[in-house]
Design a protein around this ligand. Structure first.
Ligand code: 6GU
Length: 248
């Protein structure tokens, strides 16, 4: 997968992509992440990227021309005109569609995506109307710019790409993919400061362990995020477990 990021602050993206699974994915060429400075696409001597809002008000607005030109130059570098039509061009903005695990799966199916980091005060509306194909928000709070949100999106999408996680870990088991939160996890030592690991996990009985984990996933979801249970795939027995808990 190829990911292009348009930003005023490309230097923000250096450290997250130079460690861990990201670095490995980039080194193995499973993904290429390219940042582009919007300022490089200005044509005036002052390299102006923003300007006052028509109608007044505080805050500067990102100008349309450098953003359009950056995206267009990228498209013409890579595609014939038709090929670029399906290319997702995503604007990161608090006004966007809420980013969920479903959206990560959706985005992970593209061969190429372009992310445009807005800034909180705003982006000229013509970018929204005539350039971007979708707008994404990572939650109901306000960040000073779209950069951190873009990193969140890229992280969540890249770890789903084939070969990025080791062979054992499967993104299909993730919280929010199963619709349930994760069960409690332990590692050695079996007893620490008198706190013991649940006996069943030491038993070697895989069926019992799977049952214990599934139950804890369900109970933990019930306790912390009950609204997720509506979408989870539960057996009749599991629904009864929940009803039992609700009544007690
Ligand atoms: Cl994508 N951008 C900004 N500036 N703030 C946000 C956001 C994005 N998502 C949540 N808050």
């Amino acid at each position: 997968m190829r990911i292009d990021i348009l930003t005023l602050f490309p230097e923000m993206f250096q450290s997250p992509f130079s460690v861990g699974i990201f670095k490995r994915a980039i080194d193995q060429k499973l993904v290429s992440v390219n940042t582009h400075n919007i300022r490089d696409y200005t044509r005036d001597t002052h390299h102006t990227v923003d300007d006052y809002a028509y109608g007044g008000g505080a805050g500067m607005i990102l100008k349309p021309e450098p953003i359009f030109e950056a995206v267009e130059s990228m498209k013409s570098d890579i595609y014939s005109k038709e090929g670029a039509d399906a290319l997702p061009i995503l604007l990161l903005t608090p006004q966007g569609r809420l980013f969920t695990q479903e959206v990560t799966h959706e985005l992970s199916r593209y061969r190429h995506i372009i992310l445009i980091c807005g800034r909180y005060e705003g982006v000229d509306e013509r970018v929204r109307q005539h350039l971007v194909t979708d707008e994404i928000s990572i939650g109901d709070y306000v960040l000073s710019g779209g950069e951190l949100a873009a990193m969140v999106v890229v992280d969540a999408v890249v770890r789903l790409l084939p070969g990025v996680l080791g062979s054992e870990a499967s993104p299909l088991d993730d919280s929010h993919t199963t619709g349930l939160l994760e069960y409690p996890q332990y590692t050695r030592p079996a007893a620490y400061r008198g706190w013991s690991v649940p006996q069943v996990l030491l038993s070697g009985n895989h069926a019992q362990i799977a049952k214990w984990r599934r139950e804890w996933s369900i109970l933990r979801t019930l306790e912390r995020r009950p609204e997720l249970l509506d979408k989870a795939n539960l057996s009749l027995e599991e629904k009864q477990l929940i009803d039992g808990r609700k009544q007690s």
